[in-house]
Design a protein around this ligand. Structure first.
Ligand code: GLA
Length: 408
């Protein structure tokens, strides 16, 4: 799954489970004894780059994600294959798993396999681990800001837990996915993505407070509102480095400002007056990042209030503000994303739009009044094509009830 390759041949939403099993038959043979699992992707409506600053976020799962077909082997080999990676199989010995990453897609599920092996040992269930054949695939664009990595990691944790019969709790799976990405894959990611995927509920936004890891669900009125994703198809190979750099700049801002406001436990706690008074002590980049983060906390609370009083337009207005801040202060937008958001602002029935995920390419999330989807899509596609000479990919997704085993 190279981050710079747009997916153009993803399976349609209707029959991906059966399609995945047919792919399995081509790679591993008979479907006898195979189990199928699914984990969704996510979009984040508000709380941009707040998770690693201890702020609140408002993601929701989409009905696109990762499929994993799994079967136990009678030996100790672990065989990973992916429908998104041409004919590549990666093999490991369960008793001699690699200690460091390879830089390939398989690092994600391997990191989870190592974590789940630790859980098996801690529960005295080591002997339940067996070799496995696993086929990964699905209908979620990779590297698009829709959290394909958390989807694959939480999905792997669920599939291993079920196949090895470890009896872990859902939160154990979420935490295993998070540790795998942070420790084995080496991304300094916040907690939002595995939580959003692992705790997903249909027709709800997750309100996750990343400071104390408490959460609740907010109703999303899917009779009146539709959520769209406009994909620029731009993928940045260096996005991971730029993301880690943002994390470091926010940490620097916190370290300096918390000396001036000693009750602050994370950047989210720093008051705007503290920032305004001491911003000259920060590097230019860190000051700009803090000028995004601190008001973004307030915007996210304001969006929640708007949602709870049924004010969808008020919610959407916060999304537009967030995008402007990501563009001007957090420096994670690109002209293709800005173009989509600008058109969205003028499109009838579009209430809000902002880049979703880390940025540097990928997707814009759209909040649209039901019935206006076609008009909004046409307007965005036309403006984008006029400017860039090619079309974006625009889809409206349903919600998703979260990771699960699927009958086929
Ligand atoms: C990426 C990270 C998340 C979060 C977002 C920005 O998607 O994986 O943890 O930081 O960027 O909100």
């Amino acid at each position: 799954m190279s981050p710079d390759r747009p997916e153009t041949n993803l399976p349609a939403v209707d029959q991906p489970a059966e399609l995945h099993i047919r792919e399995w038959e081509q790679v591993f043979g008979s479907r006898a004894g195979v189990r199928l699992f699914f984990a969704p992707g996510r979009i984040n409506l508000m709380g941009a780059h707040l998770d690693y600053n201890g702020g609140p976020v408002m993601p929701t799962a989409i009905d696109r994600g990762t499929f994993l077909a799994v079967r136990r082997r009678s030996d100790r080999r672990i065989v990973f294959a992916s429908t998104l990676e041409e004919a590549e199989r990666v093999e490991f010995d369960l008793d001699r798993l690699p200690e460091s990453r390879s830089g390939r897609w398989s690092d994600y599920p391997l990191g989870v396999l190592i974590e789940m092996s630790t859980i098996a040992s801690a529960r005295g269930r080591d002997e339940q681990r067996s070799g496995l054949d696993v086929l990964f695939g699905g209908n979620l664009p990779v590297g698009a800001g829709l959290s394909s990595s958390a989807s694959i990691c939480v999905g792997t944790a669920l599939a291993l837990d079920a196949t090895w019969e470890l009896g872990a709790e859902r939160m154990d799976l979420v935490e295993a996915a998070l540790r795998a990405e942070r420790h084995f894959v080496g991304v300094q990611c916040g907690i939002m993505d595995p939580y959003a995927v692992g705790l997903a509920r249909a027709n709800s936004l997750l309100w996750l407070d990343c400071k104390d890891r408490t959460w609740s669900f907010l109703p999303l009125d899917t009779h009146r509102l539709a959520i769209g994703v406009a994909d620029t198809l731009v993928r940045r190979e260096l996005a991971q480095g730029a993301f880690n750099e943002r994390v470091a700049q926010c940490r620097e801002a916190f370290e300096v400002l918390s000396r001036r406001q000693t009750d602050a436990l994370c950047l989210r706690d720093v008051r705007f007056e503290t920032l305004a008074t001491y911003q000259h002590e920060l590097s230019d980049a860190s000051a700009k990042r803090a000028h995004h983060v601190i008001p973004e906390v307030a915007r996210t609370f304001a969006a929640r209030d708007a949602l709870l009083r049924g004010d969808s337009a008020g919610f959407g207005a916060q999304m537009f503000r967030t995008h402007a801040s990501l563009r001007d202060l957090f420096d994670v937008s690109v002209p293709e994303l800005d173009n989509l958001v600008d058109s969205a602002a003028g499109a009838e029935g579009c209430l809000g739009a902002r880049l979703t995920g880390a940025g540097f390419g990928g997707c814009v999330v759209l909040l649209v009044q039901k019935g206006s989807e076609a008009g909004v899509s046409a307007r965005l596609a036309e403006d984008f094509t006029r400017r860039f000479g090619r079309a974006p990919r625009i889809d409206f997704y349903g919600g998703d009830p979260g990771p699960r085993e699927i009958d086929f």
